[in-house]
Design a protein around this ligand. Structure first.
Ligand SMILES: [Zn+2]
Length: 164
């Protein structure tokens, strides 16, 4: 399968609109979704329980490894923060594909306070991770500012995503 994969990202974006959490998934090169993660920081009382880390942890558990063989990719509906970008390096993932970025975070803090691309660049001696930034961002960039717009507008956006 060729990355970035539209079908996989659209599915994750749809889930974010429906369930209101960042969604991440670990994918094989054949397009098989090994694991999916949502952000569970509050529920699990774990400051590191970001969607991407949760997806990587679950995939590691299923594959019984801390170092993935080649061919595994991380997809996320939001730009991975420094923690999650580093986790992708430590896990030995081949690549990251993300959609939304902090430009469209609304009033939220900038949790990608070191850009994913910068973390991956600095960590390349440990493991090289390919990056596709802002993939299908038009489908999700209105998410964090959805309440600031009139209802018709945000429903339109929702409808566009749902119909894909
Ligand atoms: Zn994170």
């Amino acid at each position: 399968m060729k990355h970035p994969n539209k079908e996989i990202m659209i599915d994750l974006i749809k889930k974010q609109w429906q369930n209101h959490s960042i969604y991440a998934a670990v994918i094989t090169n054949d397009g098989v979704i090994i694991s999916e993660g949502t952000t569970t920081v509050a529920q699990s009382c774990d400051p590191t329980a970001h969607a991407e880390v949760n997806a990587i942890r679950e995939a590691s558990r299923l594959l019984k490894t801390s170092q993935f063989p080649s061919g595994y990719w991380l997809y996320s509906t939001f730009e991975p923060c420094p923690l999650c970008s580093s986790a992708a390096i430590w896990a030995g993932l081949d690549g990251i594909v993300y959609a939304n970025n902090p430009t469209y975070r609304g009033d939220l803090p900038n949790w990608s306070f070191i850009r994913c691309a910068d973390v991956l660049e600095k960590g390349r001696d440990i493991h090289q991770v390919t990056l596709y930034s802002d993939y299908l961002i038009e489908e999700i960039k209105g998410y964090f500012t959805r309440h600031k717009k009139d209802n018709t507008k945000s429903e339109d956006e929702h409808g566009e995503v749902s119909s894909l």
